[in-house]
Design a protein around this ligand. Structure first.
Ligand SMILES: [Zn+2]
Length: 372
């Protein structure tokens, strides 16, 4: 058995490893050559699965499930950490449920976060509890390069608003000095006291079902034939749904985004708003960059005759955009995004297509229109 085989075997026996170390002291673990924080993490895990509990049967069921799945220590860690985040309810039942997840450790983590978050949302006072956890941590240790690291932890809406404020200043700073990297500009914006800006625009997703068929794309508007034999423009169709603060996006589940209607007060570019709601996150598989911080990517590059039809575009963050193989005829390197039957896929050569499977994508206009 070579080293890689040994490593794979060890990785697939995380639960047995925990049993083996459950009697070891922290010093014994540190003597194995691991960091203090990793030793702490392993001891917490060993305590969960092999420590004393009043729920012996459930604990044993979790051990059996972990063994059957062949989970690594990292997978068990993300499952246990998320189960411990449950604000109210049976942690053991949840742990068993999460042990049924499959995929890479990152995929399991994201799915587990989504499941636990949806439970916690229902708990009375959850917002206040999240607010109570607000903290600024770290910033006390200087590294070899002379820098320090600071973590700001708080409710998602606060942090999103803070980032949005910094983004706004960072865009101005980069326009004035193009040599600034995005990260540098964000830092400068933060250091100059960039304020939080709450920017929430409700986006109503209307999927075009069997009741309407797109007749033509008439420049700035579309004309639909309704199943009662009449025709109606997109603007008339959404006028009833529209409120001063809403944008209403029409999405064809098969073709993709169709058009966006917005109140005059909103100045956000039409295509960006449609694409943001369609994707929610960058379309790069495994990527977590919000669509609003991503770039409008031309699926067919400009220099290859791509045109500014919204259906020829999608959202990719700077990193995924730079990695995208823009030339569909060149030998595949990192793969490229494509729109097929309205949905965005990632293709690399003849490999089966992949997509960004982040759970929040279930709330994207792409997914909603497909379900309607
Ligand atoms: Zn990305």
């Amino acid at each position: 058995m070579d080293l890689i085989d040994m490593f794979r075997t060890l990785q697939s026996q995380g639960i047995d490893f925990l049993e083996a170390i459950s009697g070891m002291s922290k010093d014994d673990l540190l003597a194995c050559g691991i960091t203090n924080s990793l030793a702490g993490r392993w001891r917490t895990l060993a305590e969960t699965f092999y420590g004393p509990t009043r729920s012996r049967k459930q604990q044993q069921a979790c051990i059996d499930a972990a063994r059957e799945a062949g989970f690594s220590l990292d997978a068990l860690h993300v499952i246990d950490k998320n189960a411990r985040s449950l604000l109210d309810g049976d942690q053991w039942a949840l742990r068993l449920e999460l042990l049924a997840l499959r995929g890479t450790v990152d995929e399991i983590n994201r799915a587990a976060v989504a499941i636990v978050r949806s439970r916690n949302r229902l708990v009375e006072g959850a917002d206040a509890m999240a607010h109570a956890r607000r903290a600024v941590k770290g910033g006390k240790n200087t590294d070899a390069k002379g820098c320090r690291n600071l973590t700001i932890y708080g409710p998602e809406r606060d942090i999103a608003a803070l980032r949005a404020g910094w983004e706004k200043s960072a865009r101005r700073l980069r326009a004035a000095d193009p040599r600034l990297s995005y990260e540098q500009a964000m830092y400068d914006a933060a250091m100059s006291g960039g304020r939080a800006v709450e920017t929430i625009t409700p986006h109503v997703v209307v999927g075009i079902g069997d009741w309407a068929k797109l007749l033509r794309d008439d420049g700035d508007d579309c004309v639909f034939a309704l199943t009662d034999g009449t025709t109606i423009t997109g603007a008339e169709l959404v006028a009833k749904l529209m409120d001063d603060h809403h944008v209403v996006g029409l999405y064809d589940p098969v073709a993709g985004p169709v058009n966006l209607y917005r109140s005059r007060r909103l100045a956000s570019p039409k295509q960006s708003a449609l694409l943001d709601a369609e994707s929610i996150l960058c379309e790069g598989p495994g990527c977590t960059t919000p669509a609003t911080e991503s770039q409008n990517h031309h699926i067919r590059a400009w220099n290859r005759g791509g045109f500014t039809n919204v259906r020829d575009m999608t959202k990719l963050c700077r990193r995924c955009n730079a990695r995208n193989d823009d030339d569909p005829d060149a030998p595949p390197r990192n793969g490229r995004v494509e729109r097929e039957h309205g949905r965005i896929l990632h293709r690399r050569g003849d490999d089966p297509p992949t997509r960004n499977t982040h759970p929040i994508k279930n709330l994207s206009a792409q997914a909603i229109a497909a379900r309607q």
